[in-house]
Structure formats: structure tokens, C-alpha cells
Write a protein that binds this ligand. Sequence first.
Ligand code: FPP
Length: 250
Amino acid sequence: MIKRFLSSTATVPETTQVPRHIAIIMDGNGRWAKKRLMPRVAGHAQGVERVRDVVEACIRRGVGYLTLFAFSSENWRRPQDEVSRLMELFVMALEREVERMADNGVRLKVVGDLSRFEPRLRELITQGEARTAANTRLTVTVCANYGGRWDILNAMNAWRREHPDATEIGEAELAPYLSMAYAPEPDLFIRTGGEQRVSNFLLWQLAYSELYFTDTLWPDFDAKALDQAITSYRKRERRFGRTSEQLLER
Ligand code: FPP
């Protein structure tokens, strides 16, 4: 049975000192490489190393869910060579990291429209998810060929297929059909690389997330940088549309 999490638009979810769920747009790999006169893919390769560090840091700090935007629906428009090299990197990362994840209590999930990926990559994803399915320490979700609008439309269409005669849908009915229904909504959203936008990431789920933007390029984002983001998050007052006084009354 899927556990239902509280909706941030319907209730005031519990706020904890350590964010339960952190979602990250890992931006700046290309610029990191360019600054060093290296090919863009070298930045992505370095980015994989930071993924490992941040996963370990999240385990140590007791974060329950880490969600990473690895490849957007729009990234297919990049030069063919870069797309192919990114796919190779995903394959290599899965081949190398799944055992380590399994040993460290990490559950791996990959969400997005995976139909466009090569069979080998899809197979590794299925195996990786199965191998780590029973783990509960940290759930790492990789969003691949993912788009927030795709997610909402996909959920709508799935709901419609199961309720052909219904005319209206409410938030609580739609939420279980979203691709990350197994996770609470992100408490903290981080975007590295200096841009300040959401770029069609988790559009529904970010409704009341705290947003944190940093100029640090993803290949430079380490455990210390993660701590700075968490420190900033702790200083925020999360009101979920209420007043400060109302929150004190709870
Ligand atoms: C954005 O930087 C980054 C990407 C499109 C790819 C992110 C992928 C990884 C970090 C690799 C692996 C991930 C996993 C989960 C194994 P950019 O290329 O847009 O950088 P730029 O803005 O400087 O050009």
C-alpha cells in the first residue's frame, strides 16, 4: 500500500530541522568544464562524483529523500554527442554505484519517461531499483527524461483511464498518480550554477518548498555547500499560506 503524505496546499506538514526531502537541479557542469578548457562531458563526469558525495552527506545528516534532476525532457535538444556521452555516464554510474547504494541502505528510484532510453540503460534501472527496493535509510530519486508538466499530464491521463465516467478531479485524487507519490513533497529545493528558475522540474511538488539558489557550479558542490543550504533552510519560517501567529497556535 502506498503511504499518503500530507499535501502542503491542504495542510501544514511537519517542519523538521533537517529537511526530510531535498530536490536538486544540478546545473553548471558545462561551465565548470569550459573554465578548465575541458569538454563539457568532463564536467558531467565530475558531476557524478558530487552526486556520490551528496548522497553520502544526506545519509549522514538523516535526510530521507534526495531527488536529482539528471536529464530533462528538453535536454534531448543538446548536441547529439553530449546526449550520447551523458547516457554512457548514466550507464557507468549505475554499473558502479548500485552495489554501494545497496550496502548503505539507499533505495534507488528513477522517474520520467524512460521509453526513449536504450534497452541496456532501462535494464540497469530496473535491476538497480529491484536490488535496492527494500532499503529505507535514504531514497535517491533520479529524474531522467523528466518534466513537471509531463508528470502532471501523465497522472491526469492515468487517472482518466481508471475513472472514464468521472468529470472532475480533486488534488487528493490526482496526487497518488504522480510519479513521486511515494515521497513527501520537497522541503528544500536547491539549484546550483547561478540560474534562478525551476526549469520544468517538480512543478506540482514544489508548491511550498523553500527555494535555495547558489552560484556554486554543480561539480564544486560538496558536503559543506549542502550544509550551507540546510542552514539557510533552517532560518526560514514556513507558513504554508498562514500567518506567523496561526503557526504558533498549532
Ligand atoms: C546541467 O549542467 C547538468 C546536466 C544536464 C546533467 C546532470 C547530470 C549529472 C550531474 C550526471 C549524473 C547524474 C547521475 C544521477 C548519475 P549544464 O550542462 O547545463 O551546465 P551549464 O549550464 O554550465 O552548461
